[in-house]
Ligand binder design. Structure first.
Ligand SMILES: [Zn+2]
Length: 247
């Protein structure tokens, strides 16, 4: 039962994340105007906005003008629900669970925008950094060590900055900002794993895209989505991977 409640909560937050993903690159406000159809501009009623369900019942079309709605919205909602439940299963009702739920929410927005526009918006990374720092302050207030997380941020952001400089912009500065946030949230040990995983996944996907002739060597492939994917893997299975590797 609690799984279902957390899943539904995740899909509702996912629906808000969709608004952010759609509006931030257009420099629109994420709170006003209310959700409306991109085609006919009619404001959507609450029953049009039930995550996943409305889309399914309306067979993927706007109720008013029958324009096709991208399935991406439902995928993001569903994914957010699944991630929230997975984090709850792994971390229970803890500060870490809340921290990681907030972290993946911001990462979904950054990753999806990067995937679609190949841009990382400072608005989003600034929000992520502020949230991470709030959690560090909370850690400090509770008497928990914070230095490990600061190292994580510095190493995460620093490594990517260094690569950006060496490759002369082959990798964007936005990637360093994403890794900085992830580092602050994850702490040093998990940050190292996250960096390693993002390069492995990035290389594998990059080579596969070239092999399938979807991209050539010269095409730009955004790296942000790989950092996001690596971070999610690290949150859910990182401790296990580290223990398994060290044994
Ligand atoms: Zn419409």
């Amino acid at each position: 039962m609690d799984y279902l409640i957390i899943f539904i909560l995740g899909t509702i937050i996912g629906s808000f994340l969709n608004v952010c993903i759609y509006r931030i690159p257009k420099s629109q406000s994420i709170v006003y105007p209310p959700s409306h159809c991109a085609n006919c501009k009619i404001n959507l009623k609450p029953y049009d906005l039930i995550p996943v369900l409305s889309y399914t019942l309306l067979k993927g079309r706007c109720r008013y003008c029958r324009e096709k709605i991208s399935v991406r919205y439902s995928i993001v909602e569903f994914l957010t629900g699944i991630l929230y439940v997975s984090i709850y299963v792994k971390y229970g009702v803890t500060l870490d669970a809340i921290k990681y739920i907030i972290m993946v929410s911001i990462l979904i927005v950054i990753g999806m925008i990067d995937l679609e526009t190949t841009n990382v918006y400072f608005k989003t990374t600034l929000t992520g950094s502020i949230l991470a720092i709030i959690f560090l302050a909370l850690h400090a207030y509770m008497g928990l060590p914070v230095i490990n997380y600061i190292y994580g941020g510095v190493i995460g952001g620093g490594t990517l900055s260094l690569i950006t400089i060496i490759t002369k912009g082959g990798m964007g500065g936005g990637d360093a900002e994403i890794c900085f946030i992830c580092g602050l949230f994850l702490g040093l040990k998990l940050t190292l794993l996250m960096l390693f995983l993002s390069f492995v996944i990035g290389s594998v996907v990059g080579v596969a895209l070239i092999a399938l002739s979807k991209k050539t060597r010269k095409d730009y492939v955004p790296f942000g989505p790989f950092i996001v994917l690596a971070s999610i893997i690290t949150i859910l299975w990182g401790q296990g991977i580290i223990t398994w590797y060290l044994l």
